[in-house]
Design a protein around this ligand. Structure first.
Ligand code: G3D
Ligand code: MG
Length: 209
């Protein structure tokens, strides 16, 4: 079968780590020099076992440039929507990124990444004593987010909010559904490969349906 080319958008507020995640996944490295992405930068990576070539569209992450964004959305097969675990405002932006995306593409598969997992240990201003309590709070927020998205976008996923909530109790770092969620670090590489492969699989599965 011919290799399928899949267009994946990287979305999320500025400096959450979109460019770093792509670099980690495609080039297996991490630079801590911050070069703001201008417009869009497309990187490719083939996953031979899945017989796909991922076209990763790394978008400039400021919301002021909505029309610029939207012009790149069309034809997208899936999205990776990133927030920064150390900046709550970037988490609150998730819903608007999804709404903006879906207004152009309709409902397409996506994964949500809470990035900079490596910083959580050192995160001084969180108000939480330790990593576990931070993660617990983060999970509650994620569950709220899922519920909100479900209210706004009924029928999107076959997985019920109750199933998502079970995840909170299990304290896993991933929800295995159309709504996949990972905590990642572009710096250490934790969960990066998993997240990019997941979106590829979700797109392939959504084709078969
Ligand atoms: P963006 O493309 O979403 O705008 P970038 O974000 O990938 O350019 O990253 C913004 C900043 O966050 C950069 O740091 C980058 O090194 C850092 N960063 C990205 N991912 C991670 C991560 O997983 N862990 C840590 N610790 N830092 C990360 P600077 O300091 O150059 O602004
Ligand atoms: Mg960037």
């Amino acid at each position: 079968m011919a290799q399928r080319s899949i267009k994946i958008l990287l979305l999320g507020d500025g400096a959450v780590g979109k460019t770093s995640l792509v670099k980690r996944f495609v080039e297996q490295r991490f630079d801590d020099k911050y070069i703001a992405t201008i417009g869009v930068n497309v990187k490719k990576k083939t996953l031979p076992d899945l017989n796909v070539k991922l076209m990763l569209w790394d978008m400039y992450g400021q919301k002021m440039n909505k029309s610029l964004h939207s012009s790149h959305y069309s034809g997208a097969d899936g999205a990776i929507i990133v927030y920064d675990l150390t900046r709550y405002d970037t988490f609150l932006s998730l819903a608007s990124w999804i709404n903006e995306l879906f207004s152009v593409t309709g409902k397409i598969p996506f994964v949500v990444l809470g990035n900079k997992l490596d910083l959580i240990d050192e995160y001084e201003n969180s108000g939480y004593d330790d990593f576990d309590s931070f993660i617990e709070k983060e999970q509650e927020d994620v569950i709220d987010f899922y519920k909100r998205v479900y209210d706004e976008l009924p029928d999107f996923s076959r997985v019920s909010p109750e199933d998502q909530c079970r995840w909170a109790e299990d304290k896993k770092y991933e929800i295995d559904s159309d709504f996949s969620y990972y905590f990642t670090s572009a710096k250490t590489g934790e969960n990066v490969e998993e997240a990019f492969r997941k979106i590829a699989k979700l797109v392939i599965e959504s084709d078969i349906k």
